[in-house]
Design a protein around this ligand. Structure first.
Ligand code: FE
Length: 331
């Protein structure tokens, strides 16, 4: 009898710890519908249950900092290398040694100190109106500062991290002063005040006073998918020099996670060809795993040259980008 009760206690303890080990908590700033199908297939494949807590990136980052070692979070997932870099500089992540992640994700799309990894690419490039613009006149984002675009250019606010990262890539390539004079040229060419989001900038190119803008391509894909914005066309910028601007969505394992092995297992799963096919195409993004398939809609846009600046540079240059935007009066 005593043996039996001991066995029951042991079973109870092991099943308790099993429940704990078999649950992963993800803090994510991505929209839940863009990640949930993958969480379900991971749960099915491994038996590991996932709790998802979504919110905006600054809120989640603040929460992670205030929870400290007590946090339930095992993984922090967010968008933009600028945000990932900030999280890393605030000591949120635990570095990971994983051959699988290193094989599946090109080195320019992950942190050199192994604290975070990119899981999809987002390209920020030129979109124009076919009714208003001859694409022969388009070339680089720098050229949008030239006089021929006077009163024709529209942009989203520089307060959005996407544009700070874009400016960071210019600073890295052209230096601070040259980048600043280009941004001043953009501001001079504005047809409207800045927009709060990429979608509104696109709509103002389609139906408003704008001829050309710079956006993340998935916003264009979403509008094209409605069938109502056929006048919008993509243009791969900077093909004659550094290539079109690349940013990422990404994730890392939280420093105080009690479940690091399963957390790593999840990130490795996200980098596989099968998961990448789904993860990238759910939001019309580009997979980081080169064996993965492109979504049909974005496949039609053809191949293009990418700016292969290590995305961590976009993080390191955020502060300079903010200062530059202020000085150029791009708000
Ligand atoms: Fe976005």
């Amino acid at each position: 009898m005593r043996k039996l009760s001991l066995l029951i206690i042991i079973l109870a303890i092991s099943s308790c710890s099993k429940i704990d080990e078999n649950t992963l908590t993800i803090y994510s700033s991505r929209q839940p519908q863009l990640i949930e199908p993958l969480l379900e297939s991971f749960e099915l494949e491994t038996g590991i249950k996932i709790e998802l807590l979504t919110g905006d990136a600054p809120q989640l980052l603040q929460r992670l900092k205030s929870e400290g070692g007590m946090t339930q979070a095992d993984i922090f997932m967010t968008v933009d290398a600028g945000t990932l870099w900030q999280a890393a500089s605030e000591d949120i992540f635990h570095p990971i040694d994983s051959k699988i992640l290193e094989e599946n994700i090109p080195s320019y799309l992950r942190d050199s100190e192994k604290r975070w990894f990119g899981f999809s690419k987002r390209i920020r490039t030129i979109v124009y109106s076919k009714e208003k613009v001859d694409p022969q006149n388009l070339s680089t984002i720098e050229d949008l500062a030239s006089e021929k675009w006077d009163n024709k250019l529209c942009l989203r606010t520089s307060r959005k991290v996407y544009n700070r990262s874009l400016l960071a890539s210019m600073i890295d390539n052209l230096g601070y002063e040259q980048s600043k004079s280009i941004v001043k040229g953009w501001v001079n060419n504005f047809a409207t005040p800045v927009f709060s989001n990429d979608t509104n900038a696109l709509k103002a190119v389609a139906d408003g006073p704008c001829h050309v803008t710079i956006v993340n391509t998935y916003y264009l894909a979403r509008l094209l998918d409605t069938g109502k914005y056929d006048q919008l066309e993509i243009f791969w910028s900077n093909q004659s020099n550094r290539g079109a601007h690349v940013n990422i969505t990404g994730a890392g394992v939280v420093k105080s996670s009690k479940n690091k092995l399963n957390a790593i297992k999840f990130l490795e799963y996200l980098s596989t060809k099968e998961a990448q096919d789904i993860y990238a195409s759910l939001n019309y993004e580009f997979p980081v795993n080169t064996r993965s398939e492109l979504n049909d809609l974005i496949k039609k846009w053809g191949t293009f040259k990418e700016d292969e600046i290590p995305v961590e540079r976009l993080g390191k240059l955020q502060r300079q980008a903010v200062k530059l935007a202020q000085e150029a009066e791009y708000f």
